[in-house]
Design a protein around this ligand. Structure first.
Ligand code: EAX
Length: 323
């Protein structure tokens, strides 16, 4: 081989190695559409990571459960076959049981209360509980307050829920609570819900306005009741080893990027909550937007007594009374 060719070859190889080291691409996934409160969360995160690391890290977003359901994505992040995911807390208790407490119905008064708890010491301590399970939890975000939809009847009082067959998340707290309403619960992954509603496998489902709108459930559901029965947190999860490998400055960049994602996510949930009822009525849904919340709270009395035993009343009260 000519000396000049050897030099050229070495130079090319060195250049290749340098640029490979200079740029790492990571995957992040959501189960909803790009045009949603979750899409804006991960798109913002991706843009901010790239900006804050000078382009050395790129994050490639995947929408609509393209990489698997929320549960499968959390598994992939735990195993490290996928670096990142943005998920509701629905399937999280299977991995971090302590997170269950956040999904108790009527725990939070409003979004401001929920956000304050998650951003405050209780939420930050909870983020730390993901460490020993193979995750770095970067930031809380949200789905928002969940409401009931179905194809059978208007839900005005808790008794109207009795006997309705509803899809639920794969979350033990939700399943226990909805059984308390007399609902026939059918847990399934989100990607299957539209078809299940369309084919009548289930009568209804429950999700925040942001999810109902982005998933176009108005096409397959007639009735919506603003039950606001449970606040649904979301979370940015990263594989722990992938995070630990980052330099101190890059770790900071990822954490800040997730915070920006959370800001964009919450702003979109607020916008969706403001426009949702009018939007869904215009699309033909019949909406019950004034119902007596106290009756729904009372219907869950026995279930709540169970939760107080299971989680400790003091722990629940600490969240309920957080100012
Ligand atoms: O995270 O499964 C659900 O109903 C979730 O709310 C949805 O996937 C968005």
């Amino acid at each position: 081989m000519h000396f000049s060719k050897l030099v050229l070859g070495l130079a090319l190889a060195a250049g290749f190695i340098a640029s490979a080291a200079a740029q790492t691409t990571m995957k992040i996934s959501i189960s909803t559409a790009q045009n949603s409160h979750q899409g804006i969360a991960i798109d913002t995160f991706a843009k901010e990571v790239e900006k804050r690391t000078g382009g050395r890290y790129k994050v490639q977003p995947f929408y609509n459960a393209a990489l698997g359901s929320e549960r499968e994505s959390i598994e992939s992040v735990q195993l490290g076959t996928q670096e990142l995911t943005f998920t509701s807390t629905g399937p999280v208790p299977n991995f971090v049981p302590d997170a269950k407490i956040l999904d108790i119905p009527f725990l939070f008064r409003d979004k401001a209360h929920a956000r304050a708890v998650l951003d405050g010491p209780i939420g930050q301590e909870m983020l730390g509980k993901f460490d020993s399970k193979g995750f770095k939890a970067l930031s809380w975000a949200e789905n928002g307050f969940r409401h009931m939809t179905n194809s059978k009847r208007a839900v005005n009082v808790p008794e109207d829920l009795k006997g309705l067959k509803m899809r639920t998340m794969e979350n033990p707290v939700h399943v226990a609570a909805y059984k308390g309403f007399g609902i026939v619960t059918t847990p399934m992954a989100f990607a299957e819900v539209f078809t299940a509603l369309q084919q009548g496998t289930v009568d209804g489902q429950e999700n925040p306005l942001s999810v109902i709108m982005s998933a176009k459930f108005d096409q397959v559901q007639k009735h919506l009741s603003l039950t606001g029965h449970v606040y649904s947190p979301c979370i940015f999860l990263m594989n722990k080893d992938a995070f630990d490998k980052l330099s101190a400055a890059d770790k900071q960049a990822f954490l800040e990027a997730a915070k920006e994602g959370t800001k964009a996510n919450r702003a979109r949930v607020d916008a969706d909550d403001a426009s949702g009822v009018a939007d869904l009525r215009a699309k033909g849904m019949s909406v019950v937007d004034t119902l007596d919340k106290a009756k729904f709270v009372a219907a869950l009395g026995p279930v709540n007594a169970e939760f107080e035993k299971q989680f400790g009343k003091a722990n629940i009260d600490k969240i309920r009374n957080y100012k």
